[in-house]
Design a protein around this ligand. Structure first.
Ligand SMILES: [Zn+2]
Length: 676
């Protein structure tokens, strides 16, 4: 008799909690760790059981996990595409305890392997870093047991739920639904506070949730020996991490580095994976892309101002890299960087004359937005390379402001300079129904979502974004502002294409946040916006603007109406309208008008919106803007919004808010434009 074996791995606090970090790298490592564990569980069960069929995850033969490192496309090494569930049809007797034991062992082995690799890292001599983690691990092993069909391992970190159900035949729909329901009910929302002895209850500075490993004094001490890339130091103190965040930050990256070894040129074992960009790096990307594209036309004035800017920020960046190199014991290389920094400052060295090894170190160790990183390897102008290797945060250095201003003005880059970036969370609509129908549907839907996920990785990469999580139908990514709307539309199109068999739509939230906005809150915002898009009726994009010291602005519009994209039309309109219009748009007025006229006899939403929007945008049009084009765009926008379904509420209000948002975004960056 065939049996269905279902395993689900779920971070104890839920996936959103698991992805929350202080750096983009924290989130990406978390997503890798989970994907890797699921893959290893799948491999193990395939070996141990006589598997007839894998329903989920239905990995194509050229899935990145199955490829040789040298064969990977650049975007395939930037993150992983893996759902959180394993479903197998197995022939013969299967004991649920046996499966649970297998899963437990896989999780234990992977984590133990991580601990071992951690000790082999360049800061191996920092045993005190691993002592508390090893101590915690030993206690976890003692307390965590298998109590099938659910295991919690390690306590508070990962839950695994296992179910085994008999199938009358391979297409036994009723038994299949029962199995799916059973596993879902096992995934209780049990969240335990992690055991972390000696922490004095202080919460982790990364997740803010679990108590930290070890005492305060340990972190103070470690901060003296660890590079700032690994342990952030503030004026008020240093980061203190809980076991889960410690695992993710220090060891999670090792999973992918060991998975893709030897692809890069880094002797430190970084493989094909360079530093994950910071939020500041993602935000500054529009400027860098523009410089890269316009370089040949920028001329001598630009080179001269670039010198001024580099002379100010590059020495500090070189010193930071040198500090990192010292921490990992590479003293000679550190010294060369420090010497170059000094000579740059005193004017004895020009930025384009950096010694080869210093330039190489700069290129290799600077976190850059994906794709830019790849393109930089082809740039042979040393000044351009040095400029584009300036790490994001130095572009926002207040001390550089005068030099930076001059640089931006000479190259007419002001419009591209923004401290904001976007976090996009996209999720398929009603996907649960698809994965609980019958074995055959699950198998095909799994294939379709994983294929969409792979394309999503490529799309995010093409838009200079950093993928943070990709569970198939579920995508979280950090994007430069100028490419965020285009990227969202492309993802939506790809989603519909891959799931066209079931006519599935998706909903997304796009949170526009300052690069200094705490990442864990920003991730919450993106999730909340996605929820709002779903609540408004699904198949929608919610955009939220979270300016510093300003109330949030949120609007939800359909992805597409009559083959028009309302968000894109509004962004186009924003290009023709003065920035000031954003502040002159009377919000109450939008809402008031609509309500008042709703009762009247000739209430025609489309007509009303057209006159309203036309009045505001023509009055505040940009100097020289084509009136006819404005009128035409307004007509098309009114047409799409006028067709809004009842659940959209007041279309005038939503469009009014959306226009405010795109105008404000426009004043930051050309968001509607093509990024290439
Ligand atoms: Zn934590």
């Amino acid at each position: 008799m065939p049996r269905l074996v279902t395993v689900r791995l779920r971070p104890s606090g839920g996936i959103k909690e698991w992805l929350r970090g202080r750096k983009l790298a924290d989130s990406q490592a978390a997503s890798w760790l989970l994907g890797y564990l699921v893959y290893r569980v799948l491999e193990r069960l395939r070996r141990e059981l006589s598997v007839e069929k894998v329903l989920r995850p239905n990995l194509p033969p050229d899935h990145p996990f199955k490829k040789k490192p040298g064969d990977l496309e650049p975007w395939e090494a930037r993150g992983c595409v893996m759902p959180d569930a394993v479903e197998l049809v197995v022939d013969g007797d299967v004991d649920v305890r046996e499966v649970a034991r297998n899963v437990k062992e896989v999780v234990e082995r992977v984590l133990e392997d991580l601990l071992r690799r951690g000790r082999e890292s360049p800061w191996e001599r920092r045993d005190d870093l691993y002592e508390p983690l090893t101590g915690w691990w030993k206690r976890v092993l003692k307390t965590a047991g298998v109590s099938p069909p659910r295991i919690e391992l390690p306590t508070g970190l990962i839950q695994a739920s296992v179910a085994v159900v008999d199938l009358k035949d391979r297409d036994d729909k009723r038994a299949y639904r029962e199995a799916v329901r059973r596993v879902a009910s096992l995934l209780a929302t049990r969240t335990e506070v992690m055991d972390a002895e000696g922490s004095e209850g202080q919460p982790c500075s990364v997740c803010g949730r679990y108590p930290i490993v070890g005492r305060d004094s340990l972190w103070e001490e470690l901060s003296k020996h660890l590079p700032p890339q690994l342990l952030k130091e503030w004026s008020a103190g240093v980061e203190r991490l809980c076991p889960a965040c410690l695992l993710k930050r220090y060891l999670g990256m090792r999973v992918l580095r060991s998975w893709y070894p030897g692809r890069g040129d880094d002797e430190g074992g970084a493989g094909g994976v360079s530093w994950i960009p910071s939020t500041a790096e993602v935000a500054i990307t529009p400027v860098k892309v523009e410089v890269l594209n316009e370089w040949e036309d920028l001329g001598d004035d630009f080179r001269r101002t670039a010198h001024g800017f580099l002379k100010l920020v590059l020495p500090e960046q070189l010193r930071e890299l040198a500090r990192y190199l010292r921490c990992v014991g590479a003293r000679d290389r550190a010294e060369r960087l420090e010497e170059a920094a000094e000579r740059l400052e005193s004017g004895r060295l020009a930025p384009e004359d950096l010694p080869d090894e210093v330039a190489r170190e700069l290129l290799r160790r600077t976190p850059k937005a994906p794709r830019l990183d790849e393109r930089l390897r082809d740039v042979d102008d040393p000044l351009l390379r040095a400029l584009l290797c300036v790490e994001g945060k130095f572009w926002y250095d207040p001390r550089a402001s005068r030099n930076l201003q001059e640089l931006l003005e000479t190259a007419e880059l002001e419009d591209h300079y923004t401290p904001y970036l976007a976090l996009l969370k996209l999720d398929g609509d009603r996907m649960g129904g698809l994965f609980s129908r019958d074995p055959d549907t699950t198998e095909r839907a799994s294939k379709a979502t994983i294929e969409f996920g792979r394309e999503a990785m490529r799309i995010v990469y093409e838009h200079y974004g950093a993928p943070l999580y990709c569970g198939g139908d579920d995508v979280l990514a950090a994007l430069p502002l100028h490419a965020s709307l285009d990227c969202a539309f492309e993802l939506e199109e790809a989603f519909r294409a891959h799931l066209s068999e079931w006519d599935r739509t998706c909903s997304a939230g796009l949170a526009v946040v300052h690069h200094l906005h705490p990442l864990r809150d920003a991730i919450d915002l993106a999730y909340r916006l996605e929820k709002r898009a779903k609540e408004a009726g699904r198949d929608r994009l919610a955009v939220g603007l979270y300016r510093r010291n300003a109330p949030e602005r949120v609007a939800v519009l359909r992805w597409e109406v009559d083959e028009e994209r309302p968000w894109r039309l509004l962004a186009e309109l924003a290009d023709l309208v003065s920035r000031r219009a954003a502040y002159h748009l009377p919000r109450d007025w939008w809402e008031g008008w609509w309500k008042e006229l709703e009762g009247s006899e000739d209430h025609d939403p489309e007509e009303l919106l057209r006159s309203l929007l036309g009045y505001v945008t023509l009055r505040h049009r940009e100097e020289g803007a084509d009136e006819k084009r404005i009128t035409e765009l307004v007509r098309r926008i009114a047409k799409t919004a006028g067709k809004a379904a009842p659940e959209d509420g007041d279309p005038g209000r939503e469009v009014g808010r959306a226009l405010e948002i795109v105008l404000e975004l426009r004043s930051e960056c050309p968001i509607g434009g093509d990024e290439s």
